[in-house]
Design a binder for this molecule. Sequence first.
Ligand code: FAD
Ligand code: NAD
Length: 367
Amino acid sequence: QVTDTLAKEGPSSPSYDWFQTDSLVTIVIYTKQKDISLDSVIVDHQEDSFRVETIIKDYSYLIHIGLSHEIQEDFSVRVIANVGKIEIVLKKKESTSWKSLGHPLENHNSLLSKKDTGLYYRKCQLISKEEVTHDTKLFSVMLPPSTHLQVPVGQHVYLKLTIAGTEIVKPYTPVSDSLLPEFKEPVLPNSKCIYFLIKIYPAGLFTPELDLLQTGDYVSVSNPEGNFKISQFQEMEDLFLLAAGTGFTPMVKVLNYALTDIPSLRKVKLMFFNKTEDDIIWRSQLEKLALKDKRFDVEFVLSAPTSEWSGKEGYVSPALLSDFLERSLEESKVLICICGPTPFTEQGMKLLHDLNFSKDEIHSFTA
Ligand code: FAD
Ligand code: NAD
């Protein structure tokens, strides 16, 4: 009933089917959409629940069943984008014939508005934790073998820990393992690993607990969320990134994606605001990237520099921005991304509007 009502307002409801051989069970989802990718499908097999969430614009189509027979831990997911079809191939534990796929669980076969669906979590193992600056670390966590999940560019996830008997949840933005492919050997195949740059606040609620985790410990990771759309990059020629402190995190994947996947791109400039030189995340990687790729430039601005600092100083200001935001051509199509502490982002947004950039030309990363 719910499905029918929503389907009239949103995209037409997907459907699914399944078939089997002696050793395999294939679930096929017909999304009736063309712009789906491996990012659009999240699969989890936990205990008695088999769950496939397909993200279609602002909606989520759920398959949620208790399978009738046991399956092996790993499965494969394929997307046939031009016909909007998703195939999930499960391996049977025993080669018996299944009479049914299983029994329906909560919200099975329904299309729900994303804002009405709660966050789903799976436990991930901490694989490594490395110092990046005096207070920021690169955490890498591994998805369970029975999960398929890819975090889209510009989106964040929630991490959950139980602290003194209470579940605490905070958002974090996955990054790539480095800005330069040769800089670091990935710990695991990238599709199974999620990397985070996280600043530890000694008086904070969540991060000191996160910092106590040792390799092999578990943290729960939610499905991705966020309103950045890759389509904002279409035909983009100049990309300007304004980041303050850990507000740098969404810029990492945005930068990598822009430099590799946007043919129209001419220029990417990052203005990175920090308190001191010691606070700059991945400074040497940023400088190396600027040397390697002529399209990329980085400028550091410090709000509490030592007397030795000869670079730019202060908070975000009209003078800093008007110099920095120069288009490579008069009519260049631009995108400006901004992220950092709330007062930084609010002030930056106001200055951008004063400089006559339109809403379509600006994306601010917020909660
Ligand atoms: P909190 O308990 O929130 O405290 C943070 C600091 O504020 C501490 O220094 C604390 O002493 C101080 N403080 C707390 N309350 C007060 C108060 N009332 N008055 C004055 N000071 C106070 N962070 C990252 O490091 N990496 C990321 O990739 C990242 N991504 C994010 C994505 C999104 C969408 C959002 C919204 C935030 C993101 N953050 C990220 C920030 C992150 O979610 C947490 O806010 C951060 O880790 C702090 O959490 P905490 O519980 O440790 O600290
Ligand atoms: P920080 O305290 O180290 O400050 C970094 C810089 O921000 C400063 O050098 C200054 O230039 C600027 N700044 C700070 N306070 C300012 C103010 N009142 N007015 C103008 N500019 C100011 O920053 P941090 O501890 O790394 O915090 C980063 C912030 O970014 C956090 O609040 C975090 O929640 C946020 N964040 C948000 C997202 C998101 O929304 N998607 C993602 C990552 C981080």
